[in-house]
Write a protein that binds this ligand. Structure first.
Ligand code: ADP
Ligand code: XUL
Length: 522
């Protein structure tokens, strides 16, 4: 049996999962560890993984923090006591859309890293931009308009790249950087996604992006998985030379560099192309065909499902590449865990108090409702945070708890219908999927069975499963995705069945919610 390491660099945390898998026995997770950036690396000064900023709509983090986060989880893997001689391949997952700007000295810097020291400080001189814009940024509406106009409208952009222009997408972010700081843009040699940056770090070279994460940029032609020249021209001059290549998600980029081998006594394992957290989560929740829908309740909430071919009105959401080589539809909500935390903290609750509030209030919340835009919202686009309450007293804690969760689930039903997904079964993942009461609201709102697995970090697990799949392929042995996804079968932990009466009631609440949302947006 061989070991496969899956890494995840998300908004708030870094995670490593080691999968023991091979040709015969049942694959098994033998190690899992997570660290919160704010706690583990306080010197970077992040809050929930984000650097403080006074500028409206701006959200950024530090690429050096991500490097040191990677180093810290690898240190834990190295001291886990598992037999790492059997480590054959590593793949990774990262928060999507964020971008890292390297200068011309980066390649030399990466190949000269000193294993006596953590990577962060050593990489500072390789950056053309100290702060990386991340997916929570909503400051590029102007650039979105400019790019949309230049390519001939949002329908064309959505059809070619899988999405209309979105503020957080990498293309509009690159354009803003170019407009604001043309000299720093000119000094940028390579613009990586968080995923391809960390893969580059592992091999000490220059790693490609995969079509899954590449499709979150408004720059890639989805059908051919290649850069779309019109979009590049619309974004910034000379961009083609600054972007990495695009390679299938199962590509082996290289071997773990000497830096990491020496620093953590690791083998020269194969390093597989990294992807975005949502594409990796598709694999880690067992979505390898159009057989189910997944909902991730992480910092963002996302709903997604596989598509054999792109379909639906992608002006409404996104069609990304999937790690299987197919496609996936996705809708993303910025007011996920942080909105739930806002209500939890406002009423001085713990998560168990939050759950108790859900238990003590009825489906439909006796008509109490809110629109949950505590921070700028992606779906629907709400740039100025606003929270609207209906029949909800300001001191009604339990009412607020149910109202925020119901609002999130109703918004998901409404804004995912464009995908035409089969939602008979929902595979729930992400930190908040630990909360069974939240899953009960999900099951009732969707009228679908909700399944939860032992591992709630499906992005890291999916990365480990991708490493296994790619390693087998590199050895000349095609491993069916069904074999890979069967890893999850013994991990099924919980099934939450919908209540038909509650589901009926929520159909009506969805209509009311949609009307209130439309009124608020007018
Ligand atoms: P990300 O990968 O985006 O960093 P995670 O998937 O790790 O986020 O989820 C982290 C979030 O999970 C926390 O911000 C917290 O709000 C939420 N969370 C953790 N436990 C619970 C719980 N029992 N109930 C609700 N939410 C929870
Ligand atoms: C997806 C999105 C977020 C990030 C952070 O489009 O913006 O889900 O990937 O997890």
């Amino acid at each position: 049996m061989s070991l496969y390491l899956g890494l995840d660099c998300s908004t708030q945390s870094a995670t490593a999962i080691v999968l023991d898998a091979g040709r015969h026995d049942r694959p098994n997770v033998v190690f899992e560890t997570s660290l919160q950036f704010d706690d583990a690396l306080p010197e970077y000064g992040t809050q929930h993984g984000v650097l403080p900023s006074a500028e409206r709509g701006v959200a950024a983090s530090s690429p050096l923090l991500w490097a040191d986060g990677l180093d810290a989880v690898l240190a834990r893997v190295a001291s886990s006591g598992i037999d790492l001689h059997r480590l054959k391949a590593i793949a990774g997952s990262a928060q999507q859309h964020g971008s890292v700007y390297l200068n011309a000295s980066a390649q030399a810097c990466l190949s000269r890293l000193d294993p006596q020291h953590a990577p962060g400080a050593q990489l500072a001189s390789a950056l053309a931009r100290a702060r990386s814009p991340i997916w929570m940024d909503s400051s590029t509406s102007e650039e979105c308009r400019e790019i949309t106009d230049a390519v001939g409208g949002q329908a064309i952009l959505a059809q070619r790249t899988g999405s209309r222009a979105f503020e957080r997408f990498t293309g509009p972010q690159i354009r803003k950087f170019y407009k604001r700081d043309a000299a720093a843009y000119a000094a940028t040699d390579r613009i990586h996604l968080v995923s391809s940056y960390l893969a580059s770090l592992l091999v000490g070279g220059d790693a490609p992006v995969d079509p899954g994460d590449g499709s979150g940029m408004n720059l890639m032609d989805l059908a051919s998985a290649s850069w779309w020249p019109e979009a590049l021209d619309a974004t910034a001059p000379g961009l083609a030379a600054k972007l990495p290549s695009i390679a299938p998600a199962w590509t082996v980029v290289g071997r773990l560099s000497l830096y990491w081998q020496r620093r953590h006594q690791l083998t020269p394992a194969r390093v597989v192309v990294w992807s975005g957290d949502n594409p990796c989560s598709a694999i880690g929740t067992g979505l390898v065909r159009e057989n189910a829908t997944a909902i991730s309740l992480g910092t963002s909430d996302t709903i997604f499902g596989l598509m054999e071919q792109p379909r639906g009105d992608s002006v409404a959401g996104h069609v990304f590449g999937a790690p299987t080589g197919a496609f996936m539809g996705l809708t993303c909500f910025a007011n996920g865990s942080l909105a739930r935390e806002r209500i939890r903290d406002q009423f001085g609750l713990t998560w168990s108090g939050f759950s108790e509030a859900l238990r003590s209030t009825p489906p439909g919340n006796d008509g109490r409702m809110l629109l949950p835009w505590f921070v700028p919202e992606i779906t629907p686009l709400v740039l100025e945070p606003q929270v609207r309450r209906y029949a909800l007293a300001s001191d009604d804690g339990p009412g607020h708890v149910r109202a925020v969760v119901e609002a999130q689930m109703l918004a998901m039903v409404i804004h995912s219908s464009w995908m035409g997904l089969d939602v008979r079964a929902i595979h729930a993942t992400g930190g908040a999927s630990e909360n069974t009461e939240i899953l009960r609201v999900m099951a009732d709102v969707f009228g679908a069975e909700v399944r939860r697995f032992d591992i709630s970090n499906s992005a890291a697990l999916g990365a480990a499963m991708r490493a296994w799949h790619a390693d087998a392929l590199a050895d000349g042995e095609a491993l069916a995705w069904e074999v890979v996804s069967a890893t999850l079968r013994p991990m099924l932990r919980t099934r939450v069945e919908p209540d038909p009466a509650a589901h009926n009631l929520y159909r009506d609440r969805a209509r009311v919610y949609a009307e209130r949302e439309a009124a608020a947006l007018r």
